[in-house]
Design a binder for this molecule. Structure first.
Ligand code: NAD
Length: 503
């Protein structure tokens, strides 16, 4: 593997491309597959923090003057390097985070795709020209780099989420500081190694930093006035704290937080599409995607049929070593995640839910850790408090509805607003679902599930999901500052709104 580590070595966690330091505070990276210690990674200390933020500030002054299409060439080369190491990077994701190798390959592909997107953007990043009300005047909009961008990421997409942010932020002219999840530092260090080799080879300023550590480093970045944008991905609890801290210094933030995603299954749904999209949505990545399907809202006339088909499908699900492609999913991230899975099931049943399938941890001598759980189906009423919660595990709640209006109401009745979907061949239903009277989520799909977004669209959600948009469409505008300029090319000085002023 291009990225080596062993148990007796402590990896430097506070990295710029040219400087390496170690400190006494350590992160322990453990594989959820068998709980082995993969590596100890040092956390950044106060002195390193200060030094690297200063270097980042100095380097921003150089990077912002490199034309955007040339910045794009760096991103293009980065994408090629990732392509060359696709298999090894995917293996590392599976080892450290535990997602199935097929999905890890998909995650690395997302990095390659967003690089392509960012390279195209590097020749665009355009503003408007606007008609002026004054004779011989015109207005234009310029977009300028922001400065330093702090990227805080979650464990479940330990590489791709950083790439969504960093590649676009780079072509926009910013220098990035990455605070990866404390659960997946090796994924961050592996990508950082690719960046740092490339920066050196291309003789560029140091434009990427990794600050390893726990939430306290994230807090420090959020409170630091020198960081122009904090882009934070993780739980709603974390997002509230980041929002408070960044707002206290009137900074900018972009939040990508928890989801509680539903699929509405209507009477006209194509059954060939329903079961595969629901099962992938609910159990893919062991239910640890922000877009995982957590609720199924089923029309009462087809409820029993959907329920039976799902129970049948769930019996076929294979759980085991995520490196082995025969298994549909592997372990949850850690013991704590299993406890939360068990507690959610208890709570659902306590409040009247009926367990249809699964509901427990898998005890098997063939599995090398106790982090594996059964996929779970629970029938609930819409007022069961558990349907308000995002549990990061493969639990799916089944609910009944009578009318499409009621289905949309149930879809929207949770605090989160990330992803949603409807399975229907009825034009009126699909149009209603995506209208202003329909789903209140950032993503509203038709005849596909809630997860597996492409990078070309803007990704993110409303309400407790935080309101941010990343990745495609015009999300790049988050990483730049807008400047409006009015130009007078005449010999008179008329004032706007017809105001007369003489001197
Ligand atoms: P988490 O909130 O525990 O941690 C995420 C990151 O935030 C980590 O790097 C952590 O160190 C940091 N952090 C925690 N508290 C902080 C604070 N007060 N200030 C600054 N940083 C802080 O989340 P997790 O368990 O790693 O990930 C799962 C969550 O992430 C789920 O809720 C999931 O829905 C969400 N998620 C959302 C998206 C999205 O795009 N909407 C994508 C992936 C994951």
């Amino acid at each position: 593997m291009f990225f080596q580590f062993n148990e007796n070595e402590t990896l430097p966690g506070a990295l710029s491309c040219y400087h390496k330091y170690t400190s006494n505070d350590l992160l322990y990276s453990t594989s959820p597959i068998d709980n082995t210690l993969l590596a100890r990674v040092s956390c950044i200390n106060a002195e390193q923090y200060e030094k690297f933020v200063q270097i980042a500030q100095e380097n921003f002054l150089k990077w912002r003057n490199i034309p955007a299409p040339q910045r794009g060439i760096f991103v293009k080369r980065f994408g090629q390097e990732v392509q060359n190491k696709k298999g090894e990077l995917a293996q590392l994701i599976t080892l450290e985070m535990g997602k199935p190798i097929r999905e890890s390959l998909g995650e690395v592909q997302e990095i390659i795709d967003i690089c392509d997107f960012a390279v195209g953007l590097s020749r665009q990043l355009y503003g408007l020209t606007i008609q002026s009300e004054r004779p011989e005047h015109k207005m234009i909009e310029n977009w300028h780099p922001l400065g330093l961008v702090g990227i805080i990421t979650a464990f479940n997409f330990p590489m791709a989420v950083w790439a969504w942010n960093s590649t676009i932020s780079w072509v926009c002219g910013n220098v990035n500081i990455w605070k990866p999840s404390e659960k997946t530092p090796l994924c961050a260090l592996a990508l950082h190694k690719i960046v740092s080799n490339l920066v050196r080879e291309m003789n560029l300023p140091d434009i990427s930093f990794v600050f390893t550590g726990d939430y306290k480093i994230g807090e420090q970045l959020s409170l630091d006035k020198r960081i122009q944008l904090i882009s934070a991905t993780g739980s709603t609890r974390m997002g509230r704290q980041v929002a408070r801290n960044v707002a206290s210094r009137l900074g900018k933030y972009l939040l990508e937080l928890g989801g509680n995603n539903a699929i509405i299954i209507t009477e006209s749904a194509d059954f060939n599409l329903v079961i595969p999209s629901v099962v992938f949505g609910a159990i893919g990545t062991a239910g640890q995607r922000c877009t995982s399907t957590r609720r199924l809202i089923i029309q009462e006339s087809i409820y029993e049929r959907v329920k039976e088909a799902l129970v049948h499908a769930y019996k076929q699900v294979k759980i085991g070593d995520p490196n082995d492609e025969q298994y549909h999913y592997g372990p949850l991230i850690d013991e704590n995640a299993v406890i939360l899975y068990e507690k959610s099931i208890q709570s659902a049943v306590f409040h009247g839910g009926k367990l249809l399938y699964g509901g427990k941890r898998i005890e098997s001598s063939e599995l090398k850790s106790k982090n594996y759980v059964l996929p779970t189906l629970i029938e609930v009423e819409k007022d069961n408090p558990i349907v308000q919660e995002e549990t990061f595990a493969p639990i799916l709640y089944l609910l009944k509805y009578k009318t499409i209006q009621e289905a949309i109401e149930i879809n929207n009745q949770v605090a989160q607003g990330l992803s949603s979907a409807i399975m229907t061949l009825n034009l009126r239903e699909s149009e209603l679902f995506t209208s202003q009277n329909g789903s209140d989520c950032g993503i509203a799909n038709i005849n596909i599930g809630t997860s597996g977004a492409e990078i070309g669209g803007a990704f993110g959600g409303e309400k407790d999901t935080g309101g941010g948009r990343e990745s495609g469409s015009d999300s790049w505008k988050n990483y730049m500052r807008r400047q409006t300029t009015t130009i007078n090319y005449g010999i008179n000085l008329p004032l706007a709104q017809g105001i007369k002023f003489e001197i």
